[in-house]
Design a protein around this ligand. Structure first.
Ligand code: HEM
Length: 155
């Protein structure tokens, strides 16, 4: 069975990616990190499985990890659900076109002890074998502010 036709708009993402990034936020010390990401289209299913893990560039300790699903719903619209072990769940609606995916928060769910995150914006672009993304968030009382920039390469 091959990739589901609904997944075609996201084909440019499929595979595994590895690289490094830089993180910042007004309330924390800036940091550098290594990242591994994969986008897998289960045969015959109309969605893509996304998994991600990161390590600190200074001492290799595990940092953020997240996993979710991307589901193209037609007309260049993509819906995404995403869970993090820190108690944050992101629900996005976004657009995909010509190697670019832009996701804007539809809803954020928080467990009782999660840090306050009220909105997240994710922008991702693939050019050949290079994937670049930026993430901004409104969190801990701050308006939407840049948190992450990374450049990954296809492996
Ligand atoms: C590549 C992915 C990410 C990495 C490597 C990362 C890393 C970090 C690091 C190192 C900190 C500093 C404090 C700490 O060690 O916990 C931090 C803080 C934080 N991050 Fe991230 N993060 C990532 C993604 C995210 C995402 C997707 C969200 C929310 C949707 C998020 C929300 C936060 C919040 C709310 C804080 C706390 C700010 C504060 O307490 O002042 N992070 N992150």
């Amino acid at each position: 069975m091959s990739v589901h036709p609904d997944v075609t708009p996201l084909e440019f993402l499929l595979g595994s990616w590895k690289g490094s990034g830089h993180g910042e936020y007004p309330t924390i010390e800036s940091f550098d990190y290594f990242e591994e990401v994969s986008f897998v289209a289960p045969p015959g299913k109309p969605f893509v499985v996304y998994t991600q893990k990161t390590r600190h560039a200074d001492d290799d300790r595990p940092l953020h990890t997240e996993t979710g699903y991307l589901r193209p719903v037609g007309d260049g619209t993509v819906e995404m659900t995403l869970a993090q072990p820190t108690g944050v769940v992101e629900i996005h609606v976004g657009t995909v076109s010509a190697g670019r995916l832009e996701l804007t928060t539809h809803q954020v769910g928080l467990t009782p002890t999660a840090k306050e995150v009220t909105s997240v914006r994710r922008e991702l672009a693939v050019d050949g074998d290079t994937l670049t993304y930026d993430l901004a968030m409104a969190a801990v009382g701050r308006p939407i502010t840049h948190h992450l920039h990374a450049v990954l390469h296809r492996i």
